[in-house]
Design a protein around this ligand. Structure first.
Ligand code: C5P
Length: 229
């Protein structure tokens, strides 16, 4: 059986992770959430106090800070399962979803040493397997050779509304305007960074999910994959 590698990119709240899980299940692929990996590294930055040092240095990377980041990356043990993220032997699946991590993750994801490290891991994970990978640079950087590339979009309001409903369903307190501002800010940072910005690959299929159900998007992707096979 031929291996299928599906790249699913797009901005925050475009429905990537829900769609990716469902497509993976439908096509018998493994699901790899690359955002979870950036979140785990951001959590580590928070817990080790690296952010305070970065803030103090006005975010300009001194050689000492760079060495500290390299050390942190080299010594971090990151394991990724379908529904679980293990960092240094600890289950951080919930801890990486907090507002604090969400607010800080784009800053960490903009750092080239972090990207180099995680992209290498991600390519290793995809090697020889059928996978659906969701992220920001999968079609452009991580799996540029795959013919199966999709870029999900939705209006900012729709994406904020989805996040809002997600939070409410989980029983978290949420403010729509705050969520909208956070998403807008994160997309801006992700799209304007120098290293591997959030951008659609030239050969990706764009799917606007505004007003579409999850089922419709999943079906559209599965059909497109079949057609490309
Ligand atoms: O997908 P998720 O929203 O969990 O991703 C969190 C953050 O991780 C993104 O806002 C982005 O800064 C970063 N990310 C990235 N490249 C990826 C996946 C995520 O830069 N492939």
């Amino acid at each position: 059986k031929r291996r299928i590698q599906i790249a699913l990119d797009g901005p925050a709240g475009s429905g990537k992770s829900t769609v990716a899980r469902r497509v993976a299940k439908a096509l018998g692929c493994d699901y790899i959430d690359t955002g979870a990996m950036y979140r785990a590294i951001a959590l580590k930055f928070i817990e080790t106090g690296l952010f305070q040092k970065l803030d103090a240095a006005a975010s300009s990377l001194t050689p000492a800070l760079e060495a500290e980041i390299d050390h942190l990356l080299d010594t971090s043990q990151l394991e990724l399962f379908t529904e679980k993220v293990i960092l240094d032997g600890r289950d951080v699946s919930e801890a990486i979803r907090t507002q604090e991590v969400t607010r800080r993750v784009s800053q960490v994801a903009a750092m080239s040493p972090v990207r180099r490290h995680l992209v290498k891991m991600q390519r290793g994970q995809a090697q020889g397997r059928s996978v659906v990978m969701d992220g920001r640079d999968i079609g452009t950087v991580v799996l540029p050779e795959t013919p199966y590339k999709f870029f999900l979009t939705a209006s900012l309001e729709e994406r904020a509304r989805r996040r809002f409903l997600e939070f409410e369903a989980k029983g978290f307190e949420a403010d729509f305007e705050t969520i909208l501002k956070d998403i807008e800010h994160r997309d801006k940072v992700d799209s304007s960074r120098e290293d591997s910005p959030l951008v659609m690959a030239a050969d990706a299929v764009r799917i606007d999910t505004t007003g579409k159900t999850i089922d419709q998007v999943v079906t559209a992707i599965c059909e497109a994959v079949e057609a490309l096979k």
